[in-house]
Design a protein around this ligand. Structure first.
Ligand code: 13P
Length: 257
């Protein structure tokens, strides 16, 4: 399995800024065959950047898309419109769940729509600080995972990537703190247990599970060295060229160890 380093640019950069940043990234990024580097710009930048990107070096992800292909859905962009523009789509990010009211049911439909349109969904799961405090972490992850994968058949499971992002560890969250290695390990094991439960024993080992939350070039190596962590979903640090490149280099070092 490759190691995935995914940069989620969130709502940052104009199209022009995104294009300049991508240009610099493409020049600075080492090309490792076993590391899949992905960047997720704003929707408006996807089309121009898809013409600019060198897909041998880096791939594009959308940060969101709508589950119906066409129709009266004012303001939405569909997976069918993004087909061949992006290779991946982040789905069910906590900012969409918590700020924009995205439900497990919507996430489920989006995961199905992504697969239908040959876009790899990166399904995000993760608990709030309050849910962790109430001891609900396992139930929240279970509900989000089973909910999100509700329309994914046995044959389709290997088209899915899971990302564990505890909301309390995301840098933009008030009072965010870095997740402990044990917390991440526990969550990654749990995610695989649930996948095995639903899809049959042994299926989960081939499904990439990423971690996200305050990742930077100093902690990336330690996170990636955890058994069962197959990559990172990077927010703030992906907007800083040297940081993002160093995270990719850290991934290569861990693979070579
Ligand atoms: P930070 O890396 O800024 O904590 O963001 C994490 C995230 O939400 C990536 O999707």
């Amino acid at each position: 399995m490759k190691t995935y380093i995914v940069g989620n640019w969130k709502l940052n950069f104009t199209v022009g800024e995104a294009s300049i940043y991508l240009h610099k990234l493409l020049k600075a990024m080492p090309n490792y065959r076993d590391i899949e580097v992905v960047v997720a710009p704003s929707t408006i930048a996807l089309q121009p950047l898809s013409l600019q990107i060198d897909r041998h070096v880096m791939k594009l992800a959308a940060q969101n898309a709508f589950y119906r292909d066409f129709g009266a859905f004012t303001g939405e962009v569909s997976f069918s419109q993004l087909r061949s523009v992006v290779d991946y789509c982040i789905i069910g990010h906590s900012e969409r769940r918590n700020i924009l009211g995205e439900s497990d049911k919507m996430v489920q439909k989006k995961v199905a729509a992504a697969i239908r349109n040959k876009i790899t969904p990166i399904l995000c799961v993760g608990e709030l600080e309050s849910e962790r405090a109430f001891g609900e972490t396992r139930d929240v992850i279970r509900d989000q995972l089973i909910g999100g994968l509700g329309e994914v058949s046995d044959d389709e499971l290997d088209k899915v990537i899971i990302a564990y992002e505890p909301v309390w560890a995301i840098s933009s969250t008030k009072g965010a703190r870095a997740a402990g290695l044990e917390d991440i390990s526990d969550a990654v094991i749990l995610i695989r247990e649930i996948l095995d439960e639903v899809y049959g024993k042994g299926r989960a080992k081939d499904i990439p599970v990423l971690f996200g939350g305050s990742v930077n070039s100093s902690n990336a190596g330690a996170y990636l060295a955890l058994p069962g962590v197959d990559g990172l979903l990077v927010g703030g640090a992906s907007l800083i060229l040297s940081e993002f490149v160093d995270i990719v280099k850290a991934a290569k070092r861990v693979r070579n160890e």
